[in-house]
Ligand binder design. Structure first.
Ligand code: CO8
Length: 259
């Protein structure tokens, strides 16, 4: 069904694997189009609560935009491709369901940008992040200038963007770019463990929490708190809230129905 992606469901968790290992999973135009398609499928599939994205092979998560394609671009097609990729990455960030990047190797350029569009990043000890576009005479074009500077200290973000230096897994953990670092062979299991833990909660609360926290990127504290109060009200109106609180009082595990 997909030429450059693998897609599977395990219970309520979807796994998307970018599958061009011979090109270190570089994002060509066709792969960007397929990402748009797969995340539309994930959004509309009610059985999927959480998604994980990773890269095929031992070496790379995604080594960036496809430099062979980039080399042929002009001012007009370059801007159009940047806008197209930004839209797809925004679609991932605004999916409404949590997306975890399981960064198994190089996450460079568009690969680092893809990981940053996800809500949570976990990495293998072999992972290497970076925005090396400056080495090619360009700047990040899939949201990296904005997301890196918001995710970590802006001065550090600028240093990485201006030097193109790579960030190893230990440093990525120190600067808050990733939440956890695992041995390479543990990464997928750990990502699923995290995804399943989130999937076991009431999904109304999960989605309202995601929406409220993401709003911090665009709103003031006071606007954000208004949204928090409104979505808190939505949660209070849910059957899951009754079930969660009753289960606590009855000293049993809740059985959420996501209603
Ligand atoms: N694009 C296309 N092909 C790639 C890419 C890439 N980004 N990265 C690796 N490959 C290919 C190589 O050309 C090689 O192919 P072949 O075997 O046919 O020659 C194969 O993958 C294996 O790569 P290497 O032999 O280079 O593997 P090494 O282990 O020696 O090196 C590196 C690994 C360090 C990751 C190295 O491959 C590298 O530096 N890759 C490029 C990293 C990079 O510069 N990424 C940023 C690209 S620009 C970008 O992402 C911009 C995003 C915004 C775009 C907005 C509008 C379009």
């Amino acid at each position: 069904m997909y030429e450059n992606l693998l897609f599977e469901k395990r219970g309520n968790v979807a796994l998307v694997t970018i599958n061009r290992p011979e090109k270190l999973n570089a994002l060509n135009d066709a792969t960007i189009t397929e990402l748009e398609k797969v995340f539309t499928e994930i959004k509309t599939d009610d059985e999927i609560y959480v998604a994980i994205i990773t890269g095929a092979g031992e070496k790379a998560f995604v080594a960036g935009a496809d430099i062979k394609e980039l080399n042929q671009m002009n001012v007009v097609s370059g801007e159009a491709m940047s806008v197209k990729g930004q839209k797809v990455f925004d679609q991932i960030e605004n999916l409404g369901k949590p997306v975890i990047a399981a960064v198994n190797g190089y996450a460079l350029g568009g690969g680092c940008e893809l990981a940053m569009a996800c809500h949570i990043r976990v990495a293998s000890a072999k992972a290497k992040f970076g925005q090396p576009e400056v080495n090619l005479g360009i700047i990040p074009g899939y949201g990296g200038t904005q997301r890196l500077a918001r995710l970590i200290n802006p001065g550090r973000a600028l240093e990485y963007i201006l030097t193109g230096d790579m960030i190893d897994a230990t440093e990525a953990l120190q600067i808050g770019l990733v939440n956890h670092v695992y041995e390479p062979e543990e990464l997928t299991d750990k990502a699923f463990e995290l995804a399943n833990k989130i999937a076991s909660k009431g999904q109304i609360a999960v989605r309202m929490a995601l929406k409220t926290v993401l709003a911090t990127k665009e709103t003031s504290q006071s606007e954000g708190q208004k949204l928090e109060a409104a979505l808190f009200g939505v949660c209070i109106g849910s059957e899951d809230f009754k079930e969660g609180t009753s289960a606590f009082l009855e000293k049993r595990k809740p059985e959420f129905k996501n209603k």
